[in-house]
Design a protein around this ligand. Sequence first.
Ligand SMILES: Nc1nc2c([nH]c(=O)n2[C@@H]2O[C@H](COP(=O)(O)OP(=O)(O)OP(=O)(O)O)[C@@H](O)[C@H]2O)c(=O)[nH]1
Length: 310
Amino acid sequence: MPNTAAEELPPLDVVAAILWQADGRLLLSQRPAHKHQGGRWEFPGGKVEAGESHHQALARELQEELGIAITDSEPFMCIEHRYPELRVRLWFRTVRSFVGVAHGREGQPLGAYQLDELAQLSFPAANRPVVRALMLPDRLLVLPSPLPSVAQLDATLAAHPGSWVYLRGLHDAAALSPWVSRCHAAGVRVLVADDAALMAAVGADGLHLRAAAAARLDQRPPVPWLSVACHDAAQLDHAQVLGADLALLSPLRATPTHPQQPGMGWEQFQALAQGRPLSIYALGGVTPEDLPQARQAGARGVAGIRGFWQ
Ligand SMILES: Nc1nc2c([nH]c(=O)n2[C@@H]2O[C@H](COP(=O)(O)OP(=O)(O)OP(=O)(O)O)[C@@H](O)[C@H]2O)c(=O)[nH]1
């Protein structure tokens, strides 16, 4: 098959705002019916013009489309997507404050939604992973071995509000259940390794597939949240085939447990992660302080043991 015209062209760079109102709702706009993806809800933004940084492009678009002014924005996620007629590279950026009253300056309807209302809306296909990513945490805590005390768990959860926990190293219901209960009591979601039936039996929120377990599958198990351990591009490709929501990409740095494995560093991480329709977490010698750098490199968040546990 010859390449289509859409494949030959470089992707169209588009910036789009994850625009938080002061009341904690997200501001969205509806695409005009006659345009590409007409009628669907979008994150406000538009095409990057020559010579503009992504922040500058977003500030201009938000002024033109919504009549609001922003001074700050930070990277949230980048997704490359191929529509039949068009290839786009969408640079989503978080905007936490703005000046002015947002209104549809081009006549487009606006809507403000809570996170849990987004699933009911119709978005362009490229946006689906972003909507999932918005539900995910910035930090994923991996359970250490030997296991922490209950006091350590409580202190760690309190120190990292909004985090999820991967209950690593526990493979039966009796061992898992107390940890699931304790985390749920603190409002924290948990992932269980490899076994979807065990995940359901203990009431966990999702499944984390270690690389070998992921390699044995060719379709997504029926779980609410699917995470996959990845170390290279082929494993990330496979995670996408499985329809994973998140991937833990490691090792970012060499760690005391795997000193012989050199870390890939942020440059290689970025080359592997950026543009994929997955929420990717940097793992391996990573600390919570790495979050801004991880975001720059295309990560949704950071994951780890040392540096996270109290
Ligand atoms: N702004 C925005 N565009 C998105 C999102 N998701 C998504 O697939 N897109 C696509 O990215 C492209 C953005 O282009 P745009 O908003 O600047 O352009 P447009 O079609 O409104 O046309 P125009 O600016 O030439 O009037 C469109 O093809 C649109 O379908 C999103 O969340 N926000």
